[in-house]
Design a protein around this ligand. Structure first.
Ligand code: PHE
Length: 349
């Protein structure tokens, strides 16, 4: 015989089945549990109403209600497990690594064209038997100026407006400082020198298209017995041909540097027009590429090489200038702007 309580229990069971199907996450399950299965939940709560049931019906009613409760409780447990399993599965899927995907290429850097030029010039001089000397960016007044025959108050200091760190230390204004170091280091037992020194130099120039407060030079120094200006010319001509093409010629124009005597500017015949005159050479057919000269006897003596025994020549190449000519770069500031669009144009070929 079905009494009111059993009927109510059956209704609740049906309702619970519907609600359980709608519980899609932990939150839904929790509220389902509270509604139907907890101590205060309705299915379990029905047992509290047993006192209203006639004693002879209690056994049957109790076992009916209990079986509804167990049925729903089992369904709840099953669903809870399924949801947990689904959640775990989703997490695993989101964490899987597709090992068949191609790897990501790390972005590689580019070699600044100014280093390309330094490498190229260095190779040329190494092939002629030169050694590469490392200089210093921070110099003393002695090496940057005085030993190069530029005493204090010498007017040529005006051409190289200097970053002083203190009264005596400065950022070198020219790689020529390496000349003095090299000779001095070897002066106790003077031997022939054939060296180049690539490196940075600094001047308090206003930055514009052709001037930068920091730039690179390559210094060259040859000291030996019986070195003449013919050796200087032959060396720099070979350099110009290797650097700018077999057909290039050079010309020397007289100039002035305190540490060389005589001093020259070296021009190379224009590699863009072959010497006819164009915008690269400003119509002259010649392009100035470096300063040079025979080492001043005073410099030799001050650096510990007896000028009665030794002679030599020196030169200084402006790296950015060569790179700008070679690659048609319009603004020196591009070398220092770290712009990948600019740098990626130079692959070293
Ligand atoms: N040091 C000179 C300059 O910076 C260049 C130079 C080097 C000239 C060596 C002659 C010899 O202008």
């Amino acid at each position: 015989m079905e009494n009111e309580l059993i009927k109510k229990g059956r209704e609740l069971r049906e309702k619970a089945k519907e609600d359980l199907a709608k519980a899609l996450d932990q939150l839904g399950l929790d509220s389902f549990y509270a509604t139907y299965l907890s101590k205060k939940g309705s299915l379990r709560g029905l047992l509290g109403n047993m006192k209203d049931v006639a004693p002879e019906e209690r056994g049957e009613t109790g076992s009916a209600i209990n079986s509804f409760f167990r049925e729903i409780n089992d369904a709840y447990e099953t669903r809870k497990k399924r949801l947990e399993e689904e959640k775990r599965q989703k997490k695993l899927e989101s964490e899987t690594i597709d090992i068949s995907l191609p790897g990501r290429k790390p972005q590689t850097g580019f070699i600044n064209p100014y280093h390309l030029i330094i490498d190229e010039v260095t190779d040329i001089f190494i092939s002629m038997g030169y050694e590469v000397v490392e200089g210093r960016d921070v110099e003393t007044d002695l090496y940057n100026f005085e030993l190069l025959n530029v005493p204090k108050d010498h007017p040529s200091r005006d051409m190289q407006d200097t970053f002083y760190l203190n009264a005596d230390k400065l950022l070198r204004t020219q790689t020529s400082a390496a000349q003095a170091h090299t000779m001095r280091e070897r002066s106790s037992d003077p031997k022939p020198i054939r060296m180049i020194c690539p490196g940075k130099a600094y001047r308090r120039d206003d930055d514009d298209q052709t001037h930068s407060h920091q730039f690179a030079q390559i210094e060259g120094l040859v000291v030996d017995k019986d070195i003449s200006i013919a050796n200087l010319k032959a060396t720099l001509e070979l350099f110009a041909k290797k650097m700018f093409g077999e057909k290039r010629e050079i010309r020397l124009r007289s100039s002035y540097f305190p540490f060389t005597e005589p001093s020259v500017e070296v021009d190379v015949s224009c590699f863009a027009c072959g010497g006819k005159g164009c915008s690269t050479c400003k119509g002259t057919g010649w392009i100035e590429i470096l300063g040079a000269g025979m080492v001043n006897p005073k410099v030799l003596r001050d650096c510990g090489y007896d000028p009665e025994v030794w002679t030599g020549f020196a030169f200084g190449v402006g790296v950015e200038r060569v790179a700008m000519l070679r690659y048609g770069i319009d603004d020196i500031r591009r070398f220092y702007s770290d712009d990948l669009r600019f740098l990626s144009d130079f692959t070293g070929k």
